[in-house]
Design a protein around this ligand. Structure first.
Ligand code: PMP
Length: 420
């Protein structure tokens, strides 16, 4: 199917042709410990389609040069491709303006940038930053750092036993002192999908700005930053079938324009003298030094690929896998799902009360099944549910029901090895 045909199929609500999709991903066609690889660790990072690999290869081989600074032909070509990638990202999240797209290393750097630059300049002693109990460390620690620096106070909205954000508590905690609300769109530890639009309304009613951690949502759902109404949105290229070391911060233009630089160096200045320097307008102000040129171009190729299939089709496919997995896992004796929120997507976390998740992960690995076992960089979630860790299966557009069957068969094996 050509890209155009794929778009038409997606627009018509056609099911994703998973066998065709799988052919685009060379990494999926290998054996692990003598078994076909079943890759269910997509929330940690996703594999790359051939078109992304070829784009990276081609740019390093033939079109490679530094961007922005050169007057020569190759540099012009590299600059054009880099800026074209920025435009692809803009369209992907329906941002109003290309200049609102800042290339960063990933979600972690994007949130650190907002916390240090925006948070560092607006927060005063006694101001509050409101996060939730289900955040990834990347959306906790940068806020702790800036609170320490400014005297602001970190507040945490609780989650209930099923992993839903407790909306009434969030509303109570969001008040006149709240300057920043930072929430995950989709929890990487629980699979909870947060009502971002509603949270933005509550926050904006109190004059607070909203930062959304989109690391898990951007690869799985259509994201429209204007419809969400948020002020900042962050995501990573490597979870979106693109390269590592590249990610995106979107921010409203007026906010970016008022923000001080995060890092100093080449490209981010207007003028430098020993007496002082002035700053380039955004996004250059926030892209000090030689950027990850080929990373951005590779991310652009990944976005083209995903849009060829359609984010709606991907969301439907993953939702069907999630429902299938949830039902099948319920049949495994002694297995308990951690995270049964009303709105979920993309992944499922689970535990056996008498088997450590690391043992679960290791045994599954011997069956060729890759899952993640650990705290998923969300230690407070583990504390909330009194578990040291969980095992997590997370899905991508290329996963199949047969792969979930392999996971479930592996889990039955785990169960029988530990008795019962
Ligand atoms: N937030 C969430 C919800 C995540 O799942 C992750 C990655 N596990 C991050 C932030 C951090 O992303 P990165 O490591 O790509 O910066």
């Amino acid at each position: 199917m050509s890209t155009a045909e794929r778009s038409v199929a997606a627009a018509m609500g056609a099911a994703l042709d998973v066998e065709r999709v799988r052919r685009d991903f060379p990494a999926l066609h290998q054996e692990v410990r003598g078994r076909p690889l079943v890759y269910l660790d997509n929330a940690a990072t996703a594999h790359k389609p051939q078109v992304v690999l070829e784009t990276i290869q081609r740019y390093y081989a033939m079109d490679y040069s530094n961007v922005h600074r050169g007057v020569h032909w190759l540099s012009e070509r590299a600059t054009e491709a880099y800026e074209a990638a920025r435009e692809k990202v803009r369209a992907f999240i329906n941002a109003p303006d290309r200049r609102e797209i800042v290339f960063v290393r990933g979600t972690t750097e994007a949130i650190n940038l907002v916390a240090a630059s925006y948070g560092g300049s607006v927060l005063k002693p006694g101001d509050e930053v409101l996060i939730t109990e289900m955040e990834h460390h990347s959306n906790i620690v940068p806020w702790q750092l800036v609170c320490e620096r400014t005297g602001a106070v970190l507040r945490v909205a609780p989650i209930d036993d099923d992993g839903n954000l407790v909306l009434e508590a969030f509303e109570r905690l969001c008040g006149e002192r709240t300057r920043i609300v930072a929430v995950t769109h989709l929890s990487n530890a629980l699979g909870t999908l947060n009502p971002v639009r509603r949270l933005v309304e509550i926050a904006h009613a109190h004059g607070a700005r909203v930062v959304v951690d989109g690391a898990q949502a951007a690869p799985r759902l259509p994201v429209d930053v204007q419809a969400l109404g948020c002020d900042f949105y962050a995501f990573s290229g490597h979870k979106l079938y693109g390269p590592t070391g590249i990610g995106v911060l979107w921010a409203r233009r007026e906010l970016l324009e008022a923000m001080p630089p995060y890092q100093g160096g080449g490209e981010m200045i207007r003028q430098v003298t020993f007496e002082g320097s002035t700053w380039a307008p955004p996004p250059a102000r926030f892209e000090a030094g030689t950027p990850h040129i080929v990373g951005a171009i590779g991310l652009g190729a990944a976005i083209d690929y995903l849009q060829g299939i359609g984010l709606e089709a991907i969301a439907r496919h993953e939702h069907a896998l999630l429902e299938y997995a949830t039902e099948a896992l319920a049949e495994v004796p002694g297995l308990r799902i951690v995270g049964n929120a009303r709105e979920r997507a993309g992944l499922v976390s689970f535990v056996f009360d008498d088997i450590h998740p690391h043992d679960v992960g290791t045994i599954l690995d011997h069956e060729g099944v890759a899952v993640r076992a650990g705290h998923h960089c969300a230690m407070p979630v583990m504390q909330r549910y009194c578990v040291p860790a969980t095992a997590r299966a997370s899905f991508a557009l290329y996963n199949t029901r047969e792969e979930i069957d392999a996971l479930v068969a592996g889990l039955h094996k785990v169960r029988s090895m530990f008795g019962r």
